[in-house]
Design a protein around this ligand. Structure first.
Ligand code: HEM
Length: 486
């Protein structure tokens, strides 16, 4: 039996705004019982700045979840408590590995209710953390958005989250559009599938433009040093001072250490939806495409893959992750386009245009990661190796500097991982020219380009350096880098 096409309302997905909630995130929990949480939220940045958050959380009573009624209230409670938890863990001179019952008890219950893990996620920091500035204007306009909570109170941090909110909102209508395309493909209606793909490609172009606006108001140095610090999770964080992860202390004395990745845009269900609906396959990092037959590929595309992108689904709200699973079982656009190969050029061109736009989106993203992580990482290392700084660092090394310089604990190379995801995006192209264009080899080596500086300015490290991305731990190889190379 052919599986039914998923119905958005079954998964809490909005036809207008996709994975953003249909009901706008609440700016305050309505029940005054939660005034203490709201008071912390209103002063979060000052409490972090004065290093008083930990003391306040330690004295906070354990509140019950009994006063949380609608889902919007549960979502705000999750958002607040994860911000408090990350501020608590990372906001002092040394990281705290035990999160007290005042946060853990309600948070664990809220996580069970919302089907999310007890850690800040993309849902907490982006999907459920925004408001429109003007209620009569749309939320897909980046200039009509504000955040509800940040760690730093900076425009940079707000902008970092809001670019994603705008992308989610602008991309939301693609979801029902492409489910219509799936139904049309089932009915053999190539004209409708072509129309849907064309609109999809145009929207993807809009999303690339929005992503590019990251550069406007989020400073790379500030992102690298200040924002990323608070977003860190508890997985592979030994070098940062959490060798075993964290304990969500539920007061029973039985709580054990757990490890979770921090929030990352790789947890965006929207981008994973694009991949699934277009039949793009992401292999484990380093695994090359092979030349197996089409029938083998069909089977493989549906088989679960153990890779980072898939792993990130564990961090999505349960219904969103389930939606992706169900979409995977009905995705038929790639097979449909291939079955018309050569016979309907408009269809093939429209499909390839989507791949090309999504590939371009990933190119913009690689340039962002280079500017926001790779280059600041190099600068920090170059500075810390200068003789004056070596002396100073020995005396005053901060926890951040220590964890940024650590080498040798392993991890996947960041830029090759992102480049592989980008290259896989172009692989299903059907038109010969598009196939050639999207699979051409890009230069992957080179130093001393305009953006990265000359080799003598940036000291070359032969050993790869381990760096915290957002959700992942990655190696950064100095032989690969510079935005010009991608
Ligand atoms: C300053 C801005 C950004 C930085 C520094 C950044 C950094 C990263 C890093 C380090 C990764 C690797 C996984 C990890 O460790 O989390 C990643 C993956 C990813 N990011 Fe970003 N990111 C940024 C903005 C965005 C935005 C706005 C989007 C789109 C909504 C996005 C979409 C993705 C996706 C989909 C992946 C998974 C890899 C892929 O599918 O190509 N990122 N990002």
């Amino acid at each position: 039996m052919i599986p039914p096409i998923p119905v958005l309302s079954d998964y809490g997905i909005s036809p207008a705004h996709g994975f953003l909630p249909d009901v706008l995130p609440l700016t305050r929990l309505p029940d005054p019982y939660y005034n203490k949480w709201e008071a912390i939220s209103a002063n979060l940045q000052n409490l972090i700045l004065s290093k008083r958050l930990q003391g306040v959380v330690d004295r906070l009573p354990v509140l019950s979840t009994i006063g949380l009624e609608h889902d919007a209230e549960w979502r705000r409670a999750y958002m607040l408590l994860t911000f408090f938890a990350h501020g608590y863990i990372w906001g002092g001179d040394t990281p705290r590995e035990r999160v007290p019952p005042s946060i853990s008890v309600p948070l664990l219950e809220i996580c069970r209710h919302l089907e999310v893990p007890p850690v800040s996620t993309y849902a907490a920091s982006v999907l459920w953390n925004f408001k429109p500035l003007f209620i009569d204007e749309d939320i897909d306009d980046l200039d009509n958005l504000a955040t509800l909570v940040t760690f730093t109170g900076s425009l940079d941090e707000s902008w970092f989250y809001l670019v994603s909110v705008a992308i989610e909102a602008r991309g939301g209508p693609i979801i029902p559009l492409m489910l219509t395309a799936v139904a049309a493909a089932r009915a053999g209606d190539a004209a409708t599938v072509t129309r849907c793909l064309r609109t999809f490609a145009e929207r993807l172009d809009d999303l690339g433009a929005l992503l590019h606006r990251m550069h406007e108001s989020c400073d790379p140095g500030f992102f690298y040093k200040r924002i990323r610090t608070f977003l860190a999770g508890s997985k592979n964080m030994a070098d940062a001072g959490l060798p075993r992860g964290v304990i969500w202390d539920d007061g029973t004395g039985k709580s054990d250490y757990v490890q979770y990745s921090g929030p990352s845009n790789a947890q965006s269900s929207l981008i994973q939806f694009f991949d699934l609906i277009l039949g793009i396959e992401h292999r484990p990092t380093g695994e090359k495409a092979d030349a197996s037959s089409e029938s083998e590929r069909e089977g493989r595309a549906r088989a679960p893959k153990n890779n980072f992108i898939r792993e990130m689904r564990r961090y999505m709200p349960g219904p969103h992750a389930r939606f992706l699973e169900d979409v995977a079982s009905v995705a038929n656009i790639r097979e449909f386009v291939e079955s018309y190969s050569g016979a309907d050029r408009d269809l093939g061109i429209a499909y390839d245009a989507c791949l090309s736009m999504l590939r371009a989106f990933r190119d913009i993203h690689i340039a962002i990661v280079t500017r926001y992580i790779i280059l600041p990482s190099r600068e920090t290392r170059a500075r810390s190796r200068s003789p004056a700084n070596t002396r100073q660092n020995l005396a005053t090394a901060s926890k951040n500097e220590q964890h940024k310089k650590v080498k040798g604990t392993g991890g996947t190379a960041l830029i090759p991982f992102l480049k592989q995801a980008r290259d896989e995006t172009g692989e299903p192209a059907v038109e010969a020219w598009a196939k050639r264009f999207m699979t051409r080899q890009s230069r992957s080596t080179g130093q001393g380009d305009f953006f990265a500086g000359k080799p003598e300015q940036v000291e070359v490290v032969k050993e790869p350096v381990v760096e915290h991305g957002l959700a992942g731990i990655w190696t950064i190889d100095d032989d690969v880098g510079g935005i010009c190379n991608y």
